[in-house]
Structures are given as C-alpha cells and as structure tokens.
Ligand binder design. Sequence first.
Ligand code: NCD
Ligand code: ZN
Ligand code: ZN
Length: 437
Amino acid sequence: MSRLLVKGARLLGTESSDLLVVDGVITEVGSLAGTSADETVDADGLVALPGLVDLHVHLREPGREDAETIATGSAAAAAGGYTAVLAMANTNPVTDTAEAAERVLDLGRACGLTEVVPVGAVTKGLAGTELAELGLMARSRARVRVFSDDGHCVHDARVMRRALEYLKPYGAVVSQHAQDPRLAGPDACCHEGEVSGRLGLPGWPGIAEEAVVARDVMLARHTGSRVHVAHVSTAGTVEVLRWAKAQGVDVTAEVTPHHLVLTTDLLAGYDPVYKVNPPLRPQEDVDALRAGLADGTIDAVATDHAPHARHDKQHAFVDAAFGMLGLETALAVVSDTLVRPGILDWADVARVMSTAPARIARLAGQGQPLRVGSPGHLVLVDPDREVTVDAGASRSRSRNNPWHGATLRGAVVTTVYGGRVTHTTEREPTTATGSSL
Ligand SMILES: NC(=O)N[C@@H](CC(=O)O)C(=O)O
Ligand SMILES: [Zn+2]
Ligand SMILES: [Zn+2]
C-alpha cells in the first residue's frame, strides 16, 4: 500500500487543505493532522488542480526519435503538470491501425510518467482519401476516441462526412486541423496580411481555417456527430463556433498558449522558432481567442507541443519545419497572461486545462475534481513564483521553444500521477535555472 499526503494546498471550492492518496485514489480530504503517510508533500500556499490533460501533442515516436520520444515527451508533460496527453497520429508509421495505437499506449505505460493516449488517424497514411481502421482502433485496447489527420486537414467533405457517421456510435470525435489546402497551400507559412506582404512570405489567410470550420460544424449538425476544432487561430473561427454552439451543434474547440499571446509581428526577424501551423495572427485575433476562451466558446487550452530537431528548424524561414514546444510552459503562460490580469481564475484553468479536455477525449479517469474517490492525479501550482524560461533546461529532446528568456509568473511545483510524484521542484528560489520550466 502506498500513502501520499498533500498538506496545506488551496483546494478549489472547499475550505479543505489536506489530501490523502492511497494506492492511487484520493481517500481523504480535510484537515488531516496526525495522518501517517509514506511520503508527505508540503503544499502550503500552493493551488491544487486536477492533473492537466493535453488534447494535442506530438511525441514523434515512432519515426522521429531524434526530435522527441514517448519518454522525453512524457517527462516534459510531467514537468508541465500534465497527467494525460493525447499523442497525435502523424508519426512514422502513422497511427492508423489498432496495433499502432496499442504500441503507443504500451510505450506510454512503460514510461509511467503520464497517461499517453493515442490519437488515431482519420485516413490511411494521413493521405486524406481512404478511411483508416476507425472501428478497430476504437475497439482496441487503446480505446481510441479522438481521431485526427493533424498536420493535414481532412479537406474532402465526403471523407469527413463518412468519418463522422462511422465514429458516432463510439462517441468518438474528429479533431480537425482546419486548413483549406486550396486557400492556404503548401508554401503558406505566415498569416496573410500586412506583415506577410512586407516580409515577402507566402500568406495563409484566416479564411482557410474559417471555411473548413464552417463546413465541419454543418457536417456535425447533419450527421449528429461530434467535431473538435484543433488550434483555433482566428476571430472568424470564434464567431462560427459561437454561432454553432448556439444552434446546439456538438462542436468543441481548443486554443494553444502561443495563439493566446504571440502575434505575427514577431516574424519581423525571420526567426523560424515563430513558424507554426496555423500561423501566429494579428492582435485582433489574439483578443478574440482570449474572449472566446473566457466565455466558453473555446473549451480547452491544448499545447500542440511540436518538437523539431535542430536540423529541421534552423533554416531560412520558408524552409523551416512548422511547430513549437509547449508542454513545459503552458500552465505558466496561462497563469501569467490570463490569470494575473483576471481573464480566468483558477477554477477556469481547471476547466480549460483538465476537466473539459478530459471530457472531450472521453477519459473517464482524468479531469476529476479533487475529492474522495477520484484518481490521485493532481498538480500543485505556485501562482506567485516567477520563472525565466531556459530552453536548454527542457526535458524535451528539442529546443524550439518560443518562450526562451521570457519571465512568467505562475509555476508548476509538483505533479502527482496515480498517487506518485512524477515531477517536483524546490520551493524556494524564484529566478530560474529553468528547473521547473
Ligand atoms: N503545429 C505545427 O506547426 N506542426 C505540427 C503539425 C500540426 O499541428 O499541424 C507538427 O507535427 O509539427
Ligand atoms: Zn495541426
Ligand atoms: Zn498538431
């Protein structure tokens, strides 16, 4: 039997402060002075949230273990406060069979630092034409419930319709990378607007996202099935989502920390660390994304953690790979830019980074309120601790971190996964060697 005692935390919505986890399950909450334990965590002054759930990460294994592995990605997830991550299917080979999904599941379990949940491809090889083995993946040991061709858009309306119909009885969802390939082609690498014109970079207009989202919410309505919109990046998409939700369409959406903060102006120096798909947008879009998250139009924050090896990222802007790291910094970015100015409170953070994503992914054991009977997945956050991000100290195997050098207030101190401490930092120093980020 293992007993973990967390003492003195701020538990949301209660007066309680202590919490006992026995064999991975919360067995007592309250004032637990005198309770014995094998391990005690001093959480005085820390906010306790249910373990974070990330709907969108790229762990690169199998195929690109030089950029990330399930082990290094899991360590980054634990350091970021995550107790579950959904691993996208754009690996090599692609996760488009039950066997491939079970392999990702097993590799994640062997690491044991966070729940690694495989996302299944919608189409074979992500090619966009023939449906993958959706039912076999859904019925496999991996119980796949989120399907995505992420990196590619399911652009053929007929394929999308069939996928939605097929997945409906499983309660599964398509997470759509919304990018019309005719409106934003393969060379598009920057928001289409004043900045792309000035820099001479091929543009990727917001309408390429919005047109696909508008089509997909209508397909969701038509099929009575569920659609999830990955990495929402424009104000127009927020408007479409707001309308669709008001109609009762079963649609959910996520936004990344980078789209909530960073703007297209950062591209002025042609630094490929800022090259990401969808591209960083102007401030008006950032403002609409924040408002959409605050009012519930956008359900979740997901990182789209996209590690890339140096030799894929350090190129001229047009040739560099798309994507940036996110797992270790997401909570700090949300804390610093949304909680501090009062756009979200900690209960909202629990909702958008844990409860809602767990529900969207149908993960029964995640995103549960911290009360008796819930699994022992939690994260302890110091809302006042400032940390300066050091890309070199990352647990990730890659270094494409857009937050390098930024000082953020609000830090993950300890992560508990199934009653085991999977990450912890010392409490005292506030400037950083990057030990927590
Ligand atoms: N976000 C990115 O810029 N890149 C992702 C793919 C994706 O999420 O579309 C990747 O796999 O590197
Ligand atoms: Zn994508
Ligand atoms: Zn992605």
